[in-house]
Design a protein around this ligand. Structure first.
Ligand code: FCB
Length: 463
């Protein structure tokens, strides 16, 4: 593996690292399924994503994550590269089926060893490990029993969490229970476009309710076993705005906002589900047991806010349950990323303000923000001016919110390297580091060099 360093020079910006204060955590984020590869190595069990990606027509160009970034074999070099880029915080997820191949029962010592090695290497290099317990790769053996739709998942999940807490908690101080529960239940159990490919309200509602309980139960288990740990969980969120300034569209905004931004957050804060704004939640009663209201609550040390874009919506009777549709960014002719997501830096500021207005939220960490753009390869260098511009603009908005008193304590870029972007395969590149998937060669992009200089405080403020 050759590591090339681009010739990006430290520059001047409208802000510098020190503006964020000394205790602000800058880092990068990644996830097991998207990077590790080695999906059947050393006793790992199949995950729902391994199975889903084998099915025809599910992933862009029929791609799969069997090799991905080969992080399983290359983690040492990748962590050294991270260190060389002055990155001091690494958020990554554990693969449940690597640790418990069947999801429950006998654990896999080689899987546990792998994560011990990753954690130990991080610590040796002075990189703080931030662990996400569930980033979407459910053991297939549990999906065969209904997966998230089966209430037994509460026992399965808490068993997995306590095992991880006991194995890794002596060295890992920062934990996140779930990654974006709305996305894995919505795309995986309602729309069927993510693993396990289930559809409809009858799958979504139980999956959603059980995930919301697991989110809090996971927090309780961690706090019980690791009283000193900082415990969080992460949420996708987007500013939702009306297409037209008319009452019908404003009501559509209210519904979509309740779904996208409040559904999992508010029950954790003890506010219950947003039933008033989402009438279809009345069907939840079929899955709601006495005492569940309490089970949904947990006092997290921090909330992980993940933001990429904003959504503009309008009223329609044609979409069941929500009576709203999203007006695509391309139709609105606004700047977009490879994902066709609108570039809208003010959105992260608005969402930080929103989250901060909840009394129950103690601290916010931006656990994901970043962008996919096509990279330009020039004389062995990878130039990605659009990503760099995106990151600078979003970060400036984070700083603005912080200066206005929002309790935001960190910012993690998605992602360290390019990786397997779920149903979109390898096509969208989100990395600060480029991967040549034929050779697995890593090349730091110009955005990566900027981040490295910024973190080393070589990026100075414009005067
Ligand atoms: C988030 C996911 C992450 C990655 C980014 C682009 O929704 O948490 O795994 O796919 O989007």
């Amino acid at each position: 593996m050759i590591i090339q360093h681009n010739s990006f020079k430290a520059g001047h910006d409208r802000f510098s690292k020190e503006d964020f204060g000394t205790d602000f955590k800058f880092g990068v984020s990644a996830a097991a399924f998207q990077t590790e590869g080695s999906v059947l190595t050393d006793g790992k069990g199949l995950s729902i994503w391994d199975v889903f990606s084998e099915q025809k027509g599910k992933i862009y160009k029929g791609q799969d994550a069997r090799e991905a970034c080969d992080f399983y074999n290359r983690f040492e070099q990748d962590l050294l590269l991270m260190k060389s880029m002055n990155i001091a915080n690494f958020r990554f997820s554990l693969s449940w089926p690597r640790i418990l191949p069947k999801g429950i029962g006998k654990s896999n010592s080689k899987g546990i060893d792998f994560y011990n090695k990753v954690i130990d290497k991080c610590l040796e290099l002075g990189i703080a490990p931030w662990i996400t317990l569930y980033h979407w790769d459910l053991p297939q053996a549990l999906e065969d029993k209904g997966g998230w739709t089966n209430r037994k998942i509460i026992d399965w999940f808490t068993g997995y969490v306590s095992l991880c807490a006991r194995e890794f908690g002596d060295r890992v101080k920062n934990w996140m229970v779930l990654n974006e529960p709305l996305v894995f239940t919505g795309a995986g159990y309602f729309l069927g476009v993510h693993a396990p490919g289930k559809k409809g309200l009858k799958n979504f509602l139980p999956a959603m309710h059980h995930a919301a309980i697991c989110q809090a139960e996971g927090g309780r288990i961690l706090r019980d076993i690791l009283p000193e740990a900082r415990i969080g969980t992460t949420f996708s969120c987007s500013l939702i705005e009306p297409y037209r300034n008319i009452p019908k569209d404003q009501l559509a905004v209210k519904r979509v906002d309740a779904l996208v931004n409040r559904l999992f957050l508010e029950p954790a804060l003890g506010l219950g589900y947003p039933r008033e704004d989402l009438k279809f939640l009345k069907h939840l009663d079929n899955y709601f047991l006495t005492g569940d209201e309490d089970l949904l609550k947990f006092n997290f040390d921090f909330i992980g806010l993940q933001n990429y874009t904003r959504e503009v919506v309008k009223h329609t009777c044609l979409v069941p349950y929500i009576q709203a549709i999203n007006i695509k960014a391309t139709k609105r002719k606004v700047p977009v990323t490879t994902m066709q997501w609108e570039i809208f830096p003010q959105g992260i500021y608005e969402m930080l303000k929103r989250f901060d207005s909840y009394k129950g939220i103690k601290n916010i960490i931006v656990t994901e923000n970043g962008a996919a753009f096509p990279d330009k390869s020039e004389n062995g260098k990878i130039e990605d001016p659009e990503r760099l511009d995106y990151i600078r603009k979003y970060l400036e908005e984070v700083l603005k919110a912080k200066k206005e008193g929002v309790n935001v304590k960190g910012y993690f870029i998605w992602s360290f390297t390019d990786n397997f972007e779920w149903a979109e395969g390898y096509h969208p590149r989100f990395g600060l580091v480029h991967i040549n998937y034929k050779t697995q060669e890593r090349t730091i992009k110009s955005s990566g060099n900027w981040y490295s200089d910024f973190l080393k405080q070589l990026v100075r403020k414009e005067t």
